[in-house]
Design a protein around this ligand. Sequence first.
Ligand code: NAG
Length: 720
Amino acid sequence: MRWRLLSALALLSPVLAVPQVEADPAPEKAAEIPVAPVAPAASPASTHAPTVFNGQTVPPMRELKGATLDEDISKGYWFVEFFSPYCGHCIKQAPIYQTLYEFYYTSKPVPTSKEKEGADSLNTFTRFYDLKFAKLDCIAYGDACGAKKVQSFPTLALFKNGELVKSKVGTQSLKELSKWVEETLESIRPGSRPAGGVKLPKVGAKEVEGGAKPDGSEAKGKDPAAGAAAASKQNALASASVSSASPAKTSSATLESDYHPNPAGTSMPLTAEKFQKLVTTTREPWFIKFYAPWCHHCQAVAPNWSQMAREMKGKLNVGEVNCDIEKRLCKDAGVRGYPTMHFFRGGERVEYDGLRGVGDLIAFAETAVESGTGVVDVDAAAFSAMEEKEEVIFLYLYDHATTSEDFQALERLTLSLIGHAKLVKSKDAKLNERFKISTWPRLLVSRDGVPTYYTALAPKDTRDFRAVLSWMQKNWLPIVPELSSSNAREIMDGAYVVLGILSRDRADEFVVAKREIKNAALEWIDKQTKAFQLERQELRDAKQLRIEEAEDRNDQRALRAAKSIRINMDEIPRKEVRFAWVDGVFWERWIRTTFGITVKEGERVIINDEDNRRYWDQTITGNPIVPSRTSILETLKNVVASPPKLSPKSTVSSIEHFFFRIRQICSGHPYLALAMGLVVLVGGSIWGRSRMRRRNGGFFQLNEKEGLLGNVGGANGKVD
Ligand SMILES: *[C@@H]1O[C@H](CO)[C@@H](O)[C@H](O)[C@H]1NC(C)=O
């Protein structure tokens, strides 16, 4: 045991040293890192000279520091831009924000004659409004940004006395920002702002006519040349990697006509500079692997990755980033282990967490390419044809009143659905009829033809990206999905799972078995729905009965009590039942060690209760459960009865084995590595104690801990 701890810690130390290299090459410093946050490099912008606007000197914008952020913004109003020096949108935002700051800083709250006023005048913006502009570099102070829940860059937030009032994500034009500032100022000092707004300068300009009327329709803040020039001035970090033309490209919504992806069929090594130029600041899709040369799992996946890149020749850009060299870029991309694979498009990304076989990678890449064409419009016939092939299809039904804003929100979802399910839209009356739709837009999912609807109380709910996506995530698995290492947790946790153990090798049995499990599932869902409705009706009837009785007896107290009965079906504990199947040949070893079953002896079904580490594999008559709807449903009824009418067996091993077997990454994150180190330590002490407890007759599942420890500490020789 001690050997394992020592070796694990020895292995962790080079990992811990990684982020410190630039600042402090002394290796003995490594041990201190987990305690103190990574020291940020000196902020280049803080040494910036003051600027001049409308003839008045403007001090450099305040650059906040992570450790003192809360204290700094604890008083008054603060606009804070959370940015990353590498993100294209931030580079675009920087000059706009700087101009906004200069403009307001030098503005006179109360219009006066032209005479110059000193900094001690009471008629200065900062004194009058107590509103300050600042920014925070989220690469240097990642923890602070995390604490403020900043998830994308740039995020602009308004704080009042340290409390977040409002935030906006993404590039904002000068006009939009000014509108926000004006609202804020008006709320600080009601009646102090000109009703028609203010005349804004051009982005990067050094002056603007004071007190003039605002311009009508000019597209402000969209001057790419001035923007880029000011960007490099204002944000010295970015200047190294951005060419003056690139930020302008960001706004184009479609791909350039000269888009020729991956001409050589290779995975292109990307430096931070190239990444910025080719990925961040373009609309082109990229599939990119982040790796470290020393990581075994990276070395193992390399040939498969290359082969996928060959297959994607002319179809999709494929790249790779060496995180040993490009540390900042990898951190910015949220890489927490090696290898990590992300698909990028237009400044957004989605992580690939599937299997690493050649076929899996190619399948993902192909759906990713397909998603680039946007949400396809289908008619009823095309939809039916799709249903033949796809088990899960999200359908967005719209009408003539659906706005471009609605469609934009819809398009945003495509990226997150890659590798999970299809999304199409339609305005075909036949589909409206089939799904009984009478208000638009409506979103639904059809799983094996069975619809489930997204509940939207107002039209804006259908544009709520987070709400829609989380609903989609709950519904994107087919009714009977195939269990794999990437969805195992999602399927197995918190439910009874009817798991068919099947073999693709016996094609006929395979088809029949899958169909039977699906029939059992549909039947079960149908029964559950009916039972739910019945139960609710019974509760309502019971309530009504009490009310009537109280009325007859004219008992006011009983009447009030009866009327106050609330029927909440959610309060009735119900354990969910899910259905899935697993490839019994591929996962032969796991199935044998977990359930003592081998698929060679025929297709089988088990009912698993992961939370309680137990399972059932026999019907009430003592025969094995087989993939037939009768066998499954009869047994299931007895299993979910409380208490169960069938006694379970306990799984000695667990899903963890299954789960960890493929999701193998090398840790490159110091905190994660530290956490893993702690797991080793804590796990070790539990293990030691449990051994004592076992001797006293206590119950402890040794194998499970061994599995976990084995993965981290290297008991299986899987050492990184
Ligand atoms: C690479 O692909 C092959 C064939 O698809 C597969 O057997 C192998 O496990 C893959 N390698 C890794 C590291 O996943």
